[in-house]
Design a protein around this ligand. Sequence first.
Ligand code: FES
Ligand SMILES: [Fe+2]
Length: 447
Amino acid sequence: MKPFALRDLVDDRPHDGVFRVNRALFRDAGLFDLEMKHIFEGGWVFIGLATQAEHPHDYFSGFIGRVPIIVSRDGEGVLHCFVNACPHKGVRLVQKLCGNARRHVCPYHSWTFDSAGANKNIKWQKSGCYGAGFDEENHDLAPVAQFGEYRGFLFASLNPDVPSLEDYLGEARKLIDLVVDKSPEGVELVPGRVVFTYAANWKMQLENCSDQYHFTSTHPSYIRILEERAREQTVEVVQSSIGAADFWQEDAAGVTGGTMSFTHGHVLNWGVMPVSSALPEFERAEELAERIGTAKRNWIFNMRNLTIFPNLQLADNASSQMRVIRPIAPGLTEMQTWCIAPRGESAEARRFRIRQYEDFFNPTGMATPDDTVCYEEAQYGMAEQDRPWLQGHARGLTASVEGGNDWANMIDLKPARSVLADAQLCDESLFANYYRAWSARMAEALA
Ligand code: FES
Ligand SMILES: [Fe+2]
């Protein structure tokens, strides 16, 4: 691999009005290895919700970068996160996505571990003629270096040398609050995880979650169907279905939404939406205002796409989705997606949420396939080498200001940068926040 210098990869010159990203970030195998080591295996990543292992001995499996992990709740109710690799010869102890087990028995030579990760049996140990060295070794599952929870959202790091989780999430915690506070009981995943792969780089999904610019171009069929439905529906039914216009409301100042950037690479893209029965949250509108205040309640109804760098996305619009990004190769990414919902909502609201979820978010829905096809088309174009700089990170540059704005102040949110936009500004300058976090992690490796 030709060694890259950081300045050849991310051209960040705010004073010259320049922010550009090199196509190599999307295709280069050497850079991908460094990303795995320094971003996914070198800092906090999201691994799941505490409710995915709610009861004693519940577990679920996953990955931190390339390393397989298990999250397991022990008999006392304490959550643990271990490397999902048998100390004997490294076989993955758990192959299922989730389940309940007091004991995990390795499929290769039957070493056995309890739900707290302690080794409980080494087959025929007494007759094994092991030396003293073996007896002195720890045979338990290896816990990950850092494991933390924020309001039921679980994060872990293989690198012990990271900021506290509180620092890492920073102000973005207030946006996680908007998801959790929808119900006094918090949130849960609607049964039915979807796992799919697309043949393109993980950063295509990272960006697309907050890419408002593509919406009308990539999803015209979805918009047409919404408009048709709105035309055909009776007044009663209009009450329970979102219309295309609901994505483009204006406030008194003509603002339809905007973006915010937070420390450590987290970003929000948001849009003004009314407190209306087009959203399943409507049944709680009054209760929400009483419990958390009108401002936060109104923000819950706003369209919000939150990315917690590098792998968690929480999308809230007509329905609500949790996405986890897992890079597999420079041109291959696995997505896991769920409908995430407030606990205790009525059966009617849940049904409504799931129907709108299927409409927009499902891989069989009217939006996700449009997006993933574009990622794959973009991946072809990443091969171009003569003109390496992409031109997709420049919109909104002169609209971006330091700090927040009136909308942020409403809920005491303090972003590092923000943009207020009309329907056509479609800020791309927020992506700089991803690539500045990316650069900070990669700088040493590329020096
Ligand atoms: S690899 Fe697990 S018991 Fe041998
Ligand atoms: Fe899209």
